[in-house]
Design a binder for this molecule. Sequence first.
Ligand SMILES: [Zn+2]
Length: 407
Amino acid sequence: MLQKFIKKTRLPFICCLLPLAINAATIKEDKWEQGQTLLTFFEKNSIPAKVYYDLAPEDKELADEIISGSTFYTLYEGERLLQALISINEDSQLHIYQKNGVYQMRAMPITHFVEKRTLALSVESSLYNDIVKYTGDTLLASDFIQAYKNSIDFKRQIKKDDKFAIVYERKYRLGKYFGSPNIKASMLNVSNHDHYVIRHQDGHFYDIHGNNLNKYLLLTPLKYKRISSHFSTARKHPILGYKRPHLGVDYAASRHTPIKAAGKGRVVFAGVKGGYGKTVIIQHENGYRTLYAHMHNINKGIKVGAFVEQGRQVGTVGSTGLSTGPHLHFGVYKNGNAVNPLKHLQIAQTKLEGKEREIFLRLANNYKNELDGILANNIENVPFKTLKNSYIVYLTQDRLAPANEIN
Ligand SMILES: [Zn+2]
């Protein structure tokens, strides 16, 4: 068994994982290049193309979820690839390994730990700039702005020395944070008025009284018969081992049913996309993208660069790229990460009621106390402290469950 131990101190935002050579095997960290596909990756590593073509259609879909620019890890012995870990969203990754000399691929969860963090600042220049200045976290800054966008006029209402606090979570993997922050609660004091935003267990933002603050950009893109497959990320099944993730929602519908743009935006992909068959991808505001797959045909005029209004027909339901019956595979991405579409589509409910509201009010009250506590202390604007993390990577050569990450 080959084990690798890497221990290092992490400086904030400056990280590198140096290739280490132990017993002639090397672990490498790389960025997935623009235009690289699983097939070209196989080619580069002398993995027979047959391995790709023999994958289940669902696995081919997952292969098309690899995000350009994302970090992936490989273990080589000389020129020979022993293993690879390639992430397909924040929670799931593809694991390529050998069993009896034959390459295999499976999806598995990404092991990470979640750290709860708090931030309290008084405004110097702008909310966005100050958050970036003191945390280096641009996604935290944009998500915070997003949470208040519908209730605060930033330009006119925010003044120097206004105070705000955020309670949020950050995922860490191999000693670095990755993915999107998860804001749990925040408070922004504007003209002596406290504006609280609380994330409920349904994933949506509410004000302190339980009124929904989200403005939904996206509508269900078709008239469907039923949902044939829900969104899920990779997770360990106690008996079957790892369960394959499904990074979208499948809507069963008759062939030729019109598919409409879920929101207004710009077409960034229109054509055949591996296991997804005929596919359209639209970029919307606020870091959202939607993906429409297995289409029978794509409408004329739906080309890269074209602007579409919400509800504009982009194509029709088919079953291209798959052997199963006609359906629309609909994917929603926030900052490049596949998220559950059903949580991001417009819903009628704008106010929490009954038992749900009671649960929320208890949660909101706890967060309010926490935020008030943070802001009761004198706020000093200081950059986040240096984190000292050490981590260990285990990649083993000769076992079926060889890739563990211990943070
Ligand atoms: Zn699907």
